[in-house]
Design a protein around this ligand. Structure first.
Ligand code: C2E
Ligand code: MG
Ligand code: MG
Length: 523
């Protein structure tokens, strides 16, 4: 009992550990997977963003080049210069305004008027790279529009409208873009977002997580600006949880399937099938004794099987075999073994028989009688050498059973009803089923019942006599039972009083000691 509790405790602890391990693996993998997915997603966004940058970059290059060719030596901005600057802007959709600074410091702009300064004045928002200055301006005095990137090269300036630029990039709503200068200088951030705080130095082209963001930084071959694409860490965490649920479910399902497969392959039936096919099943024989002479008249073949060193009770593994399709295979294996043992040890023992137990499936197997005949022929045995035992339970389908048993009898085998008296059936079945022997179940001849001349015991012996069949008393355990058996005319008996089941060679030794003493044996 305690061992069973221990085994099931071990089983459930193991199952819990496997589930916990699967959960941890799922959590780890979901983290990795979520990061990979986000990294891939940001890579894709960056590819789109790089493609979308080509047109504005070309326009900026062209505008700055055109503005660079301006004559800056004049003292004032002429009307012609104003309109030339305005024309430059007009042709480029991304450039909102432009300006040129004359040599004397005056600034001529596409606004058509002089402006005093183009700087937004905030040093921290200015990036100087490859001779160009990028400056973010959200408070441009010369325009009602607010968000610009002012790009200047030497004395030429262009205002790029951030909103149009971002529209063109088509950045997903949740992705923030920061443009960083070399050496960690100020950043230009996409609309209405706080610049990303990066811990320097940050690696390029791999996902980095901070306390609130996950980002990938991409170098830009064109101008050494670094584009940092970021998402909120909560998005990554949400994805991780979703993946965790899916992965955990899949892994738990895998653990469960593995568990079931393991249980299947370690199940009694599978092990028993293996043992049957490998001839690892033993057949032992329990003698049947003539009470008058003390001679062994026969023996019952009983299968024996051990799993991992522990003997499994016959009724347990036979019941398991009967529930599957294995029983027919097992019976045939027993049949082969019995024939071999008989031909080895008892071939000269005239009238000695071995009884083989049959299950319902064997009786209904139409090929079984022919199989038996072929085995008997192979070992050159007379049919009288083998009898068959069937229980009343195995004869539920009287008609088919009767046909099959009749075929066996036609070959010359005798049929015994095993455990007689314990079946459900009325005695009428004996008329329809061909039978030669009755084996009275041991429950009727227990010491007390037999001594008290129990009503059932008397009833059962009367039936046996009336049927005029050969009768074997099963399960005889004590000397005290013998006179009661004799007084009822019982001639044959089987039980631990005479012997437990023996290997074939020991049975042969016992046979040749005949007549056996009717004292308890210790083999
Ligand atoms: P069974 O055919 O009635 O076999 C007799 C059972 O009673 C055997 O149990 C035997 O060990 C036990 N027995 C014999 N003498 C005594 C006794 O004096 N006292 C007591 N208490 N028991 C005694 P076992 O070997 O455990 O077999 C149980 C059942 O398993 C058998 O009952 C039989 O129905 C079945 N069985 C065993 N081997 C085979 C087989 O190869 N094929 C089939 N179909 N059934 C088998
Ligand atoms: Mg039996
Ligand atoms: Mg029996």
């Amino acid at each position: 009992m305690i061992a069973a509790y221990k085994a099931s405790f071990r089983k459930y602890t193991l199952a819990l550990c496997a589930m916990a391990a699967a959960g941890s693996i799922a959590w780890f993998c979901s983290g990795q997977l979520a990061e990979n997915i986000f990294e891939q997603r940001l890579n894709n966004v960056h590819d789109d963003f790089s493609a979308a940058q080509v047109e504005p970059n070309t326009q900026i290059d062209k505008a700055l080049e055109a503005l660079g060719r301006f004559d800056r030596s004049s003292q004032e901005c002429s009307g012609e210069q104003y309109s030339q600057i305005a024309d430059t802007v007009k042709n480029f959709r991304f450039i909102y305004q432009a300006a040129v600074q004359l040599e004397n410091g005056r600034i001529c702009s596409s606004y058509g008027q002089k402006i005093t300064s183009v700087s937004a004045g905030n040093e921290s928002n200015r990036i100087l790279v490859k001779g160009r200055t990028y400056e973010i301006s959200s408070d441009q005095a010369t325009s009602a529009d607010t968000d610009f990137i002012i790009i200047s090269q030497q004395s030429a300036y262009v205002w790029v409208n951030k909103e149009i630029l971002l529209d063109n990039m088509n950045l997903p709503e949740e992705v923030q873009l920061d443009l960083r200068g070399p050496g960690g200088m100020a950043s230009i951030t996409s609309m209405n977002r706080q610049p990303l705080k990066l811990q320097e130095p940050f690696p390029l082209e791999e996902l980095v997580t901070t306390t609130d963001k996950a980002y990938v930084a991409f170098p830009n071959n064109r101008n050494e600006l670094i584009s940092v694409l970021s998402v909120a860490l909560s998005d990554l965490t949400a994805l991780r949880w979703k993946l965790f649920v899916v992965l955990a479910f899949m892994l738990e399902a895998l653990v469960y399937i593995a568990w079931r497969i393991h249980s299947y392959y370690t199940s009694t039936v599978v092990q028993l099938r293996k043992a049957t096919r490998a001839n690892k099943l033993n057949v032992h024989y329990q003698p049947i004794v003539n009470l008058r002479t003390g001679h062994l008249v026969g023996a019952e073949a009983l299968s024996r099987w051990s799993l991992k060193g522990a003997a499994i009770p016959a009724d347990v593994f036979i019941a398991a075999a009967e529930k599957s399709d294995l029983i027919c295979e097992l019976t045939r294996s027993v049949m082969r073994q019995v024939a071999e043992d008989y031909s080895t040890y008892f071939w000269a023992c005239k009238d000695f028989y071995i009884a083989v137990n049959l299950s319902a499936q064997d009786i209904l197997d139409s090929t079984f009688p022919d199989f038996v005949a072929s085995i008997m022929a192979t070992y050159n045995l007379p049919a009288s050498a083998i009898a068959f035992e069937v229980t009343e339970r195995a004869l539920l389908d009287h008609e088919s059973a009767s046909i099959q048993l009749q075929r066996l009898r036609a070959y010359g085998h005798r049929i015994a009803i095993d455990d007689f008296g314990t079946g459900y059936s009325s005695l009428s079945f004996i008329e329809s089923v061909p039978v030669d022997m009755l084996k009275i179940d041991r429950s009727f001849i227990t010491k007390d019942k037999i001594a008290a001349k129990d009503a059932l015991w008397r009833h059962i012996t009367h039936i046996a006599k009336a049927l005029k069949l050969e009768v074997v008393a099963e399960g005889v355990e004590t000397q005290q039972q013998l006179p009661h058996l004799a007084s009822e005319g019982m001639l044959l008996a089987q039980g631990w009083l005479f012997s437990k089941e023996l290997p074939a060679h020991a049975l042969a030794r016992r046979f040749f000691q005949c007549p056996v003493s009717l004292n308890p044996q210790t083999d």
